[in-house]
Design a protein around this ligand. Structure first.
Ligand SMILES: *Cc1c(COP(=O)(O)O)cnc(C)c1O
Length: 407
């Protein structure tokens, strides 16, 4: 059923200048040094791929094949990217007067994070285009996902992560066969080493938005969400923003779905959430800037959003503004409080990055950026077990003799 070979891709396009680049070639940034975006013949997809065709397809991200970039089904590198469940947080929805608060649990993807979506596509494309070695700067989850898919494809992988990356992530990358380096510095320092290796050793640079395909994988989060909500997008999406690939990817997905006639012009307001200790996008948003300056001395317990400078800064700011959303920061104490609350009240263990988005709801309600009765969506970006969890709220009783009256 469907097309096994040949994609609907027409070309790659520079996100800043509109310059066209041929698609069937290995690419990183455009000539202008900006991200390249994949463009499809959406007119033809619209004619040949009715929404109803989805009902017969496997419940995984490859069901959106016509909106994905690979030429041949035979090149697909997969570890079972099942559709992730959308879970209602009813008690918290009531607390903030929302008609719905949903969390899409991305921690169930291979390697325990939504980085699997992007890297499944990036490695599939690298495999199709003959890459032998690929390198990535990572705060942990991206490197683990790349290492896993590269191992399957027989591609050598190299991961560069800050030396204080959570230990579970570092071990995971190494176990998956990646040459793993602990760098004294932050993720953009790791990025410089990857650029150097690209120049001196010919490694393919797999940094987010410095190659065109991770975003195509990440956009399936938006396609899936739209389908799961019966093509009625929510009023608000809160997104913990590091490199911003997911936010930009979902925004691209919604545009493509509208071009196909599968959704109308209504868009969620996109709220970019950052940690107070690393908030370059929030600062740029508030000052009205179109690009974000590097954040110095970045620190937060939410490792996945400790990104002091993002190559997709202009795209993130564009999407947030075009959607009528905002960018806001929350501090690490608020992240911990929210982390405890969702776990103890709703039975859902979040990653700290997602706890930041929960903390942001209250702030956004106060500022009128989320209004009563609205439908709000969060993403649990990674399995909580990949992180050092916060200590329990109270000292725990221990010892041999249990005092049953106190329990
Ligand atoms: C990568 C990551 C993020 C940030 O995602 P971007 O799309 O790169 O902004 C947030 N949380 C976790 C757990 C991550 O791994």
């Amino acid at each position: 059923m469907g097309r096994n070979s040949a994609s609907y891709v027409t070309h790659l396009e520079c996100s800043a200048t509109g310059e066209c680049v041929p698609a069937r070639t290995l690419q990183n940034l455009s000539a202008a040094g900006r991200p390249l975006l994949v463009r499809y013949d959406l007119e033809r997809v619209r004619k040949e791929f009715p929404r109803s065709a989805l009902t017969d397809r496997a419940p995984d991200l490859w069901r959106y094949r016509e909106l994905l970039p690979y030429e041949s089904t035979g090149s697909v590198v997969s570890l079972g990217e099942a559709m992730t469940p959308v879970i209602a947080l009813d008690k918290l929805a009531r607390r903030w007067d929302l008609s719905a608060l949903w969390v899409k649990d991305e921690g169930r993807l291979p390697t325990g994070s939504f980085k699997a979506r992007g890297l499944a596509l990036a490695v599939t494309m690298a495999h199709e285009l003959g890459v032998r070695e690929m390198a990535i700067p990572t705060n942990g989850n991206a490197g683990a996902a790349m290492a896993a898919y590269a191992a399957r494809a027989g591609i050598r992988s190299l991961c560069f992560c800050p030396s204080d990356t959570p230990d579970a992530n570092v071990r995971e990358m190494a176990l998956l066969g990646a040459a793993t380096y602990l760098v004294d510095g932050l993720i953009d320092d790791c990025g410089k080493l990857v650029t150097q290796g690209e120049r001196e050793r010919g490694w393919f640079n797999c940094s987010t938005l410095k190659e065109p395909y991770r975003i195509e994988g990440k956009k399936t989060m938006g396609l899936e969400l739209a389908e799961q909500l019966d093509w009625q997008l929510p009023d608000v999406i809160l997104y913990p923003t590091g490199g911003g690939t997911g936010l930009i990817g979902m925004w691209k997905a919604f545009g493509e779905l509208e071009a196909l006639g599968w959704i109308g012009p209504m868009r969620p307001r996109m709220i970019a959430v950052q940690a107070a200790g690393c908030a370059p996008i929030v600062r740029a948003f508030e000052s009205g800037a179109v690009a974000a300056a590097r954040w110095e001395n970045a620190r937060t317990i939410a490792a996945g959003i400790r990104v002091p400078a993002a190559i997709g800064d202009a795209l993130i700011l564009d999407a947030v503004r075009a959607s009528g959303g905002i960018a806001l920061a929350v501090d690490d104490d608020a992240i911990e409080t929210a982390w405890h609350a969702v776990a103890a009240e709703e039975g859902v263990l979040l990653c700290p990055e997602t706890a930041a988005t929960v903390a942001a709801i209250e702030r956004a309600r106060e500022r009128g950026a989320i209004r009563r009765g609205e439908r709000v969506v969060l993403f649990n970006c990674a399995a909580a077990q990949k992180y050092p969890l916060p200590a329990a709220a109270q000292a725990l009783p221990r010892g041999g003799a249990v005092d049953f009256k106190r329990l």
